[in-house]
Design a protein around this ligand. Sequence first.
Ligand SMILES: [Zn+2]
Length: 186
Amino acid sequence: MLPVALVAVVAVLWWLCSSWREAVSGRIAAVLPGVRAPLLLIAHPDDECMFFAPTILGLVQGQRPLSVLCCCTGNYYNQGETRKKELFRSCAALGIAPSNVTLIDHSDLPDSPTVKWDERLLSSLILNHIQEKNIDLVITFDEGGVSGHSNHISLYHAVRSLHSSGKLPEAVSKASQPANHYPARY
Ligand SMILES: [Zn+2]
């Protein structure tokens, strides 16, 4: 009797996971028609799977060549080198090729929950990446950083600053609306 119950539980869980992934994928496709080159902008290795996994799976399922820009190595506990490798492995597991993952290792962008990153420096690095990769959509944290982490919140302010100052390419400005329009938070 127990094996039958276990099989039933696994079947229900599998069905729930499939339905959830399909719902996210359909929602993203509806919200982002015409997007060719989306960028996921994160602060630390592990943000991609902790906060954005359904979004990533939806975009990858929709055959969009998603790229990832991670703005520090996640060295708060002196494990930056390990976490760098984990980022690339995690992205590969989510369907993102290593060539589409970029990691910034800059001494002025430390991994710290209490450090607000310099907006000018951060904005400049993000804009360079957007222009270099012809990005037409940026997905990142909302103004609360989802978890309240200062580094996450810094990304929100940097993108908002680029948007409000008119520095973003037109295609990005059209598609990357403020936080409430991002399909990135759940
Ligand atoms: Zn983080």
